[in-house]
Ligand binder design. Structure first.
Ligand SMILES: [Zn+2]
Length: 301
């Protein structure tokens, strides 16, 4: 018996289709939003909800996989408007007091902050529920389970619902039907071993379908997860090898870009599609994340 329906909502981030999704889940007793997208796409999200007959006030429960802006940037707005936000315990304090997040993102994005991400409003503390590994969220006639899945970020949950799961960023990116995987590995928390272990955990869950935030449902789950596992490994070792050769950051970004464009072209992607991937996941950010990881690893030895 089908007890839920999942709708993929396209936030048209920076005017591009199929870059950032949120998922609207319809249960027997209401609606749940998984991911909020950034503040900059809030009006688009509300318009998409209305197309499904859902008013903002109907959204009482919002679950986020992690607190990166493209996943949870609008969470504060939803909390201020009455929704309960369910978030990894490590991220909860940052949604309640977003000053630190705003300060660190402003260092990266500067005067592009507002255009890219919009407003990051503080969530009232009483509207934030901290999730730990295995915690169950039973709302709207649905039962979700939080699954600890670090690697892309330390504070990351996959949200399981029956035999499907919302995978945030840990199952990589695959934009719509395009035959290309990409992995977002931003600083400061990219962790190769943790990510591989999280993918093994997902592989062991026997999922029928997964919903990466970037973008849309994936059916061939174990083949997809195996390919992501391989790509995380190859990408990290590409960066490690270049660092060992003494390649400096800007050159490494250029070489990483050439490598990735080669993969994209081999997969038959158009220039337009390649651009979409870079809007969803700027390549320099993954290089920075992986360089930071290897520097930290080398300094520990
Ligand atoms: Zn992320």
């Amino acid at each position: 018996m089908m007890t839920h329906a999942i709708h993929t909502l396209d936030l048209h981030f920076q005017g591009e289709t199929e870059t950032i999704a949120t998922y609207l889940v319809q249960g027997t007793e209401g609606w749940v939003l998984v991911e909020t997208g950034p503040g900059s796409t809030l009006l688009t999200l509300q318009a998409q909800l209305r197309q499904h007959g859902v008013q903002p006030a109907d959204v009482q429960h919002v679950i986020v996989t992690h607190i990166h802006f493209d996943h949870a940037g609008a969470a504060g707005w939803w909390a201020q408007n009455g929704a309960t936000i369910y978030v990894h315990y490590f991220g909860a304090a940052h949604l309640i007091n977003p000053e630190k997040l705003i300060a660190s993102a402003t260092r990266i994005y500067g005067d592009q902050m507002e255009r890219l991400w919009g407003q990051l409003l503080p969530a009232p503390a009483e509207k934030v529920v901290s999730l730990h590994d295995g915690d169950v969220i039973a709302v709207a006639g649905l039962t979700f389970t939080a699954v600890e899945t670090p690697g892309h970020a330390r504070h990351h949950h996959v949200i399981k619902l029956g035999n499907v799961a919302f995978t945030g960023d840990v199952a990589g990116m695959k934009l719509g039907s395009r035959p290309l995987l990409d992995i977002p590995a931003p600083p400061p928390e990219f962790d190769l071993e943790a990510w591989q272990a999280s993918l093994d955990k997902l592989l062991g869950m026997g999922l029928e379908r997964i919903y990466p935030t970037h973008f849309g449902a994936v059916e061939n789950v174990s083949e997809h997860l195996q390919a992501v596992k391989m790509l995380v490994y190859e990408s990290a070792h590409f960066v490690q090898q270049k660092m060992a050769e003494g390649v400096a950051r800007d050159d490494l970004i250029a070489q990483y870009t050439v490598w990735n464009h080669g993969r994209a072209q081999a997969a038959g992607l158009s220039a337009e599609s390649i651009r979409k991937y870079e809007i969803a996941n700027p390549l320099y950010m993954s290089v920075d994340g992986m360089m930071r990881y290897w520097r930290k690893r080398n300094s520990e030895q």
